[in-house]
Design a protein. Structure first.
Length: 223
């Protein structure tokens, strides 16, 4: 639980994490399950600028790999934890200035900001990162995951991926599991398919579901 104390003239506001039914203009934050983080007003519009005053922030944390963390003027420093999930409500007293929200585990990929009062509106966020390309190939002898350069994928950066799956075996299949993903081709399937996935931090394994004969397979670390 994080607490903060804001003093403005004769006004003193104690902001507590996880307080149900908090008073103030409602705001809704969401983070996860993939690399998504957002802050919206009661109408569902993304928050870019607000008036100073009291707000009730409902944060819906959908991932134990991410969190919603809000910082800014007036000593605001509050949010959910990376490990936890669920809905928490925070009482906020917002003053003039620029506020930032982000995921502590992925502050570069997952972030946003808004202004309050007389502060200038920040520029729009950059477009989402393009998907990294991988190839997943299955034959009668092996399942292999490679990068766009042809190297065996051993370490990957978390985020969006476009995976070209080439299944050349009628007796084996391609199964990708872990790091927030669980996708597979059918045992009898032969052909090519492209999977659009978002990888979370963790271990990504690639294998066939057929036990005999057992194929060469492997895994990659997603950071």
């Amino acid at each position: 639980m994080r607490g903060l104390f804001v003093v403005g003239g004769a006004l003193a506001a104690l902001v507590l994490a996880g307080v149900a039914g908090a008073d103030g203009t409602p705001l809704k934050a969401s983070v996860g399950p993939g690399f998504a983080i957002s802050l919206r007003d009661a109408s569902g519009a993304p928050v870019a600028h607000l008036d100073p005053g009291a707000y009730s922030l409902e944060a819906n944390d959908l991932s134990d790999n991410h969190n919603f963390h809000l910082t800014g003027p007036g000593g605001i420093d509050t949010g959910t934890t990376v490990e936890g999930t669920g809905v928490q409500t925070f009482s906020l007293a917002l003053v003039d200035g620029t506020y930032k929200f982000f995921c502590d585990a992925h502050p570069v990929q997952m972030k946003g900001s808004f202004t309050v009062g007389t502060a200038a509106t920040p520029p729009p966020p950059p477009p989402p990162a393009s998907a990294t390309k991988l190839s997943l190939t299955v034959t009668d002898k092996a399942v292999t995951l490679r990068t766009a350069t042809g190297a065996v994928a051993r370490t990957l950066a978390a985020g969006p991926f476009s995976i070209k799956v080439v299944d050349r075996s009628k007796k084996q299949n391609a199964h990708l599991v872990g790091a927030g993903v669980n996708r597979r081709t059918g045992i009898a399937f032969v052909g090519t398919v492209t999977w659009k996935v978002t990888l979370d931090v963790g271990t990504l394994a690639y294998r066939s579901d057929t036990a005999k004969p057992k194929l060469r397979a492997g895994k990659a670390t997603v950071k």
